[in-house]
Design a protein around this ligand. Structure first.
Ligand code: HEC
Length: 156
């Protein structure tokens, strides 16, 4: 059943499929690559958070330095700082019943891993005038572990 016409047809449709796949991959690279490089001023944007037990445990220990001021669970009381439930994807200064600074209210930030990473590096640099009295977490890997833990607890 080697009809030469059907053979050439199937070859060309495979060639077309391959060309389309390549074009799609190329388009994806062209779209994604500039977005990544543009959003990388702090060197750590577009970060990938971890879900493995060791990192989450490390994050839990790092969170001890935040714990006096922040609760994480749904509906838990604000402390010196606001409750952080549902943090990822939420607008800054949007927890009801907490008295945020003018600076935080005007920041226009929507919290995601990259924004939180910048904020926690040095809160007073990311949001000048913030009333969060905390110097920052200097080490990249510490912030990654801390944010991995935060996400696991606030947006489970
Ligand atoms: C001494 C108390 C204190 C400590 C310690 C502290 N925070 Fe805060 N945090 C605050 C206060 C107060 C605010 C509100 C800031 C404002 O309105 O300018 C805040 C705001 C925030 C926000 C923004 C919340 C929102 O609803 O927009 C995040 C996120 C945050 N803190 C995370 C952390 C993390 C993570 C740590 C530990 C590495 C930490 N904070 C340590 C007091 C603290």
């Amino acid at each position: 059943m080697s009809n030469p016409l059907s053979f050439s047809l199937s070859v060309s449709s495979r060639a077309i499929t391959r060309a389309v796949t390549r074009a799609t991959a190329l388009a994806a690279v062209l779209l994604v690559a500039p977005a990544c490089t543009l959003s990388q001023p702090a060197g750590d944007n577009g970060m990938t958070l971890a879900t493995d037990e060791a990192t989450l445990k490390r994050g839990r220990i790092l969170f001890l330095q935040c714990q006096a001021c922040h609760s994480l669970g749904d509906g838990e009381a604000h402390r010196v700082g606001p409750n952080l439930h549902g943090l990822f994807g939420r607008k800054a200064a949007s927890q009801p019943g907490f008295g945020y600074s003018e600076a935080m209210q005007q920041s226009g930030i929507v919290w995601d891993a990259a924004q939180l990473n910048e904020f926690l590096t040095m809160p007073s640099a990311k949001v000048p005038g913030t009333i969060m009295a905390f110097a920052g977490v200097a080490k990249d890997s510490d912030r990654m572990a801390l944010l991995s833990y935060l996400r696991s607890q606030t947006n489970p």
